[in-house]
Design a protein around this ligand. Structure first.
Ligand SMILES: [Mn+2]
Length: 269
């Protein structure tokens, strides 16, 4: 029988535009997740030590390993897990990995919504000449029809071009400036959640590559994860950069979010 949840680390930051380091995140998140400083229970009452969590370990890509081969490897690994019937929880890595992961999901989900928490819309047609940059994954996913609905929460870095892209693809953008707690996102059916850590205010989670002030509190972000409607069928957690987290605080925040994502993956609506 397939494990209920499969963890997969993707140690890749070759598509980061500004500051590398996210590739080193997966082992740091695991260590914080299972640390004896805490316990394995989610806030929603699930003991993660008692459920079937399989850890596939990490896909590790070396310096200079980029491009099509990397994307194919990530897609194939995601698809293997989805095929097995287990729910995939991906630990990134930079945000570029979401596009190949969604390619792995799509064949099994003729109907698929994506809930995307992020400071950035990541809708650039290309970024500095790279169409597969971590600033572009949702442009690629929408172009390819990998997603039926894309709902973004926490956005606070819109540009004219990305506003145009959002209109073109019919993206439902909930900008941070307009956010109200308890906003009903209108999701139903299968949902994939892509959680970019920089959606959280950098005062609370400074270990990211692009600090964008004015974000969600940890509590607000957890509340979205715990309470949106729909059935969570897979998730990724990306853009934690341990290089800019000397105190380890952001590692703790990361583990907390990943824990509640895992709990939510186990909830049957
Ligand atoms: Mn971001």
């Amino acid at each position: 029988m397939a494990a209920e949840i499969t963890l997969l680390g993707v140690c890749y930051d070759g598509s980061s535009s500004f500051f590398r380091g996210a590739a080193s995140a997966p082992p740091v998140i695991r260590e914080a997740l299972w640390s004896e400083a805490g316990n394995p229970w989610t806030e929603t009452g699930i003991n993660l030590s008692a459920v079937g969590i399989e850890d596939e370990g990490d896909l590790v890509f070396g310096e200079g390993e980029e491009g099509e081969d990397v994307r194919r490897t990530i897609e194939a690994a995601a698809e293997r897990v989805v095929d097995s019937g287990s729910r995939l929880l991906v630990l990134g890595g930079d945000h570029s990995i979401t596009y190949p992961v969604l390619r792995g999901f799509r064949p099994h989900h003729p109907r698929l919504s994506v809930l995307h928490l992020d400071a950035h819309p990541d809708l650039y047609d290309d970024f500095e000449g790279d169409r597969y940059s971590h600033a572009c994954p949702f442009a690629r996913a929408m172009e390819e029809g990998l997603v039926d609905r894309l709902v973004q929460v926490g956005i606070r870095t819109m540009t004219g071009h990305q506003r145009e892209q959002a209109r073109r693809f019919g993206v439902e953008v909930m900008e941070m400036k307009d956010w109200r707690d308890g906003t009903e996102l209108g999701l139903d059916g299968p949902v994939y959640l892509s959680f970019d850590l920089d959606v959280i205010d950098p005062g609370l989670a400074p270990g990211v590559s692009h600090r964008e002030p004015g974000g969600l509190s940890v509590r607000q972000a957890l509340s979205v994860v715990q309470s949106f409607r729909g059935r969570l069928i897979g998730a990724d957690f990306v853009e934690f950069n341990p290089v800019s987290d000397p105190t380890g605080l952001t590692g703790s925040v990361s583990a907390k979010v990943v824990k509640e994502l895992a709990g939510r993956l186990l909830v049957e609506p």
